[in-house]
Write a protein that binds this ligand. Structure first.
Ligand code: BTN
Length: 255
């Protein structure tokens, strides 16, 4: 991308018109040695993947559908921090490019009001207990109008264009994202997780809300109170006991 002020992130772009999903293409590229920061982009995905095996609606030309390859030298348990870092970076980029107020719903959804505008799917390739590479998939509803969403998504999803009334310049958005990501990523690699944690908490949709969490072994109910030093969500139940939630899906309900 011409004029991109980064050293790695977005310096190599693999752009497609129509693909099934950018995620396997990014894995393929990473396995063949693609450089850190390589971005796989598509105008349209016919089989976009969401978290927990859900489909991700990715119609032509309306969104930013991209997968970023990074190779952080971090131990395996820290890999989820990269999802939180990505969420913080996307949220900041949306604020800067559109002026909209956005919130981050644990662990990886970007919300405007009570509707989701962006989802993040992080997939890991590891050797022993070290991260080999991560493919971070970002699906952002940029320029969709109401008619682009299927009926079942209308009440839960939105786009930057719907919220701001103005179409987003997608290339400029991606460039700003790459710059913000690299800046935050370099800081994280040198200084650690604290700044991401602070920004995540300051822009959290989750903190202060009552949540129910279904883990493999139990169903928890409580108030989300913050992240711990590792980036794990802490929930306080009605008895005042603190529970740590690693990777369960969080459902929100009225207090
Ligand atoms: C979620 O919220 O469930 C995560 C959605 C992630 C969607 C993106 S779009 C680009 C990349 N390719 C995919 O197939 N999925 C991710």
């Amino acid at each position: 991308m011409a004029g991109l002020a980064t050293t790695r992130i977005g310096q190599h772009v693999i752009a497609h018109d129509e693909v099934v999903s950018t995620q396997p293409l990014a894995h393929e590229a990473a396995a063949k040695g693609a450089q850190e920061g390589t971005l796989v982009l598509a105008e349209q995905q016919t089989g976009g993947k969401g978290r927990l095996g859900r489909p991700w609606h990715s119609p032509k030309g309306t969104g930013i559908w991209m997968s970023l390859i990074v190779r952080p030298a971090i131990p395996l348990p820290k890999a989820p921090q990269m999802t939180l870092l990505t969420a913080v970076t996307v949220a900041r980029t949306i604020r800067e490019e559109t002026g909209l107020t956005v919130k981050i719903k644990w662990p990886n959804d970007i919300f405007i009001g009570d509707k989701k505008v962006c989802g993040i799917l992080t997939e890991l390739n590891a050797e022993a207990d070290r991260v080999n590479y991560l493919v971070i998939g970002i699906g952002l509803n940029a320029n969709s109008v109401q008619a682009d969403f299927p009926e079942e998504l209308l009440s839960i999803a939105t786009s930057l264009r719907i919220e701001s009334g103005t179409p987003v310049k997608r290339v400029a958005f991606i460039q700003r994202f790459c710059q913000n990501f690299e800046e935050e990523y370099d800081h994280y690699l040198q200084e650690g997780f604290q700044r991401v944690k602070d920004e995540w908490e300051a822009n959290s949709y989750s903190i202060g809300r009552w949540v129910t969490v279904q883990t493999i072994s139990q169903k928890l109910e409580g108030q989300a109170i913050g992240l711990d030093e590792e980036g794990v969500l802490m929930i306080e139940d009605r008895a005042g006991q603190i529970h740590k939630v690693y990777s369960a899906d969080v459902n929100y309900r009225a207090n």
